[in-house]
Design a protein around this ligand. Sequence first.
Ligand code: ADP
Ligand code: ASP
Ligand code: MG
Length: 425
Amino acid sequence: MVVPLCSYRGTLAAMSIVVQKFGGTSVADADRIKAVAAHAVATRKAGKDVVVVVSAMGKSTDELIVLASEVTDNRHPREMDMLLTAGERISMALVAMAIQDHGVGSTSLTGSQAGILTTEEHGQAEIIGIRGDRVREGLADGKIVIVAGFQGFSPETRDVTTLGRGGSDATAVALAAVLRAEVCEIYTDVDGVFTADPRVVPGAKKLDEISFEEMLEMAAAGAGVLMTRSVEFGRRYRIPIHVRSSFHGGVGTWVKEETMEEAIIRGVAHDVSEAKVTVHGVPDQPGVAARLFEPLAEAGVSVDMIVQNVSLQGVTDISFTVPRADLDMAEKVAEAVVGDVGAAGADVDHNIAKVSLIGAGMTDELGIAGKMFRILADHGVNIEMISTSPIRISCVVRGDDVAAAVRGLHDGFALGEEQESAENG
Ligand code: ADP
Ligand code: ASP
Ligand code: MG
């Protein structure tokens, strides 16, 4: 759940504010850091107040996670957050120094110094408000303010927290909302939001614009170019988000309320971060599903898709998908419930992936699901689970089939560049 951010009651700054967020690749080394600084300075010189939000350099968050796993097999949520927040602290200080070398004032702030208040769940805290006084003071002093992404602190526990992977996007859009910024720019290693992950589908087409609604579904379905929660903030506080390349100045993709382009299908997303749990031989009686899913919710496991098979002789199988990070807990709960409800057993399947078709135009069009299933069949891809929303259809498939499924759907629905130019010609 997104809790409303504190509203901004101070005097509005005279200049309009731009929030610029740079992802890991965009601050990966000294040259990239200097390029970020030069860009922020140019924006400042063009007459904007600039707040820069940074991710940790390159793959350093992943490296810190591996390092921790070499030190311990146990979970240490608080200390993991202390560890991981160090990544963004490094990049923020380096960017601030590089900006000062241009003769422009700059201050770096940790999430906690910037007043980013969160819930207390380590590793997946949610932003509940932003005080932001020090950010505003820095801007009022004519400085470029650098804020460490992905982190905040919990007023309940007084501890530092992290917002979940990709959380710097959420920091940036939430800050943009509180500061009433004119735009939140997300600088990344691709040119914008594409019709599919351009690393999987080389012919994917960059979208000029996409609605918040469609982007939310794309992000939730695995298009990691924006963190889902950042899109929720954008939609709720009407902050236009411009996803663009940090390597050149070209226009990227505008995520906004309404889009001019009409499209039945906006894109294909895929997600390889989930696993499947199946509880076998479950008695087909009222209350059994509740006895399985209630303890899962209590254990903090976020269940995505659920399928219950046809009942044979009074027993059935129930399968559900969960993020891999929750898998151990989900398996433990499922095994405990097996005895409780008199089921035959539980097992887990790591080799799954989810592929989704997204488009607001789907609601008015018949036959999209049928066409999607036909395309998957023609590519020899078996569908294991299906779920839908008004503007999304998702199928769980074998993990090994995911690339073929994404490319097949992208081609089959003619979402790429070639098809478009052929149509136009
Ligand atoms: P950053 O470190 O800048 O936050 P991310 O790795 O989090 O970058 O997000 C950018 C990546 O998102 C791209 O490199 C791309 O592989 C992936 N991606 C997945 N789906 C899409 C999509 N539909 N459009 C663009 N990029 C996508
Ligand atoms: N550094 C964090 C991560 O890798 C946050 C981010 O980059 O947005 O997930
Ligand atoms: Mg990211």
